[in-house]
Ligand binder design. Structure first.
Ligand SMILES: C[S@@+](CC[C@H](N)C(=O)[O-])C[C@H]1O[C@@H](n2cnc3c(N)ncnc32)[C@H](O)[C@@H]1O
Length: 440
């Protein structure tokens, strides 16, 4: 088997396998989902097959199965004598994929079952073929799922947390988490004007909607970025609307040095370098193998931007010169992005949230030391959980006497005690938290 490397949708280096072309969508989908259960993000696992002629179907199978994991799992559990979670992981994935097609595709049931059984044989699970066949053929007798997890397509711990944190908005959050995420573009204003790019989209007959931000538009129908006009020229970046907000809070003076902390794959780094084209920008991440770290890309090749590797819980990477502006886009639970990354609701657990909060606080404490006096640090997460947002800010405030929380307003979302929160909104944007702190 030969492999090729190329850059993924998130800008990171990915391996493409030519096995992709030889196998059926069910075979590939079972392989992808198995990797997800083993800890790989769905987007990355799927990207390995981006050159497959069946990529659209493969994407549908994997995303729909993850989006509806809890109801599919419950229906299957109702008709299986053996608990699903005690089965071989590939067999479990094949059953979920079969159930997904019986529930959400127009394929005749016998054909859907036959495809899955054939995939099982190809994977080397011939002996499980009979079991898969027997369970899937009983699928239409499965009772409608009644558990909350199946109703909301979320794990119980997330349901409880969302209800506690957002008693009035929980229904909309639950609903949005099973929808498809929108595709929003940030127009790269150092390359092309916003209205000029909109004219280009109209010329190519690509429908789009204006947003609350002048330089952001949302496509009516998501499509491959490489098919959009100006892809080669770097006229745009694919970037969620809420994710475009924190950069505006930096407000640097022309001579200010900016640190983009936790920067991979560099989406916000490129935005900072684009919007503040006269400011030197250092982008650091603990990750090493990322295209933007070592391979210049069309849209990432900015003169004022340098990508480097470093563990930002330490100062081993630091040259000793303080930064005037820091953006900390912290690693988090990703709970604001469930429609974009449905695998999060299947693979994360409650302990991950507390662990993320500890790391966020550690990063803040360390970065505060390298912020210049009167400097500004913008903290953000793509989480909606209070523990990672206001919870972390509150803890951070108790550890330092020289922090002034600065109020601000943004075109979407609402204020919180320590910052600003957007909640995921169907076909609009993800859930994000932002706080701005000045060093006194
Ligand atoms: C939310 S992502 C950042 C997304 C990025 N800002 C963007 O817009 O493309 C969080 C990042 O934190 C990085 N990270 C986690 N722990 C880190 C550490 N100790 N030091 C530096 N980066 C870290 C992860 O590798 C991940 O790339």
């Amino acid at each position: 088997m030969s492999h090729r490397y190329s850059t993924g949708s998130d800008g990171c280096l990915k391996m493409a396998s030519n096995s992709t072309r030889r196998h059926s969508p069910n075979f590939l989908a079972a392989k992808v989902l198995t990797k997800v259960f083993q800890g790989q993000p769905l987007e990355d696992a799927l990207y390995e097959h981006h050159e497959s002629k069946d990529i659209a179907l493969l994407t549908f199978l994997c995303y729909t199965t993850m989006r509806h994991y809890y109801s599919l799992h419950q229906r299957l559990s109702n008709i299986s004598h053996r608990p699903l979670d005690q089965m071989d992981v590939e067999v479990k994935c094949l059953l979920l994929l079969g159930a997904c097609q019986l529930q959400y595709s127009t394929l005749p049931a016998p054909l859907a079952v036959a495809h899955v059984v054939t995939a099982a044989k190809k994977i080397g699970k011939t002996s499980a073929g009979g079991l898969i066949n027997a369970i899937l053929r009983r699928y239409d007798t499965a009772v409608e799922p009644s558990m909350e997890e199946a109703r909301y397509e979320l794990p119980q711990w997330m349901i409880d947390r969302i209800k506690t944190d957002y008693p009035n908005e929980s229904d909309e959050i639950f609903r949005t988490s099973t929808t498809r995420a929108p595709m929003t573009l940030r127009i790269n204003i150092s390359e092309i004007g916003s209205s000029e790019y909109c004219d280009l989209l109209q010329e190519f007959k690509i429908p789009f909607k204006k947003t609350a931000l002048e330089n952001a538009i949302t496509l009516v129908k998501p499509m491959s970025r490489s098919k959009l006009p100006g892809y080669e020229e770097g006229y745009f970046s694919v970037q969620d609307l809420a994710s475009q907000l924190p950069v505006s809070l930096l407000e640097p003076q022309p001579e200010h040095r900016i640190l983009d902390a936790c920067a991979a794959p560099g989406v916000k780094s490129r935005q900072i370098a684009d919007v503040f084209s006269n400011n030197p920008v250092d982008a650091y991440d603990i990750k090493q193998q990322c295209s933007t770290w070592n391979i210049p890309t069309d849209s990432g090749n900015k003169q004022n931007l340098v990508f480097k590797q470093g563990d930002l819980t330490t100062t081993s990477w630091w040259d000793g010169t303080h930064y005037d502006r820091i953006l900390l886009d912290a690693p988090c639970s990703g709970s604001g992005t469930l429609s974009r990354h449905p695998d999060i609701k299947v693979t994360r657990n409650e302990a991950d949230v507390s662990q993320a909060a500890e790391l966020q606080l550690k990063l803040l404490n360390n970065l505060w030391g390298i912020l210049a006096p009167d400097g500004v640090l913008v903290y953000c997460t793509c989480s909606i959980f209070r523990e990672e947002n206001d919870g972390v800010v509150t803890r951070f405030l108790t550890e330092h006497q020289d922090i002034a929380i600065e109020p601000f307003e943004l075109p979407i979302g609402r204020p919180t005690p320590g910052g600003w929160q957007t909640l995921p909104k169907e076909q609009a944007y993800d859930g994000f938290f932002f706080a701005r702190m000045r060093k006194q």
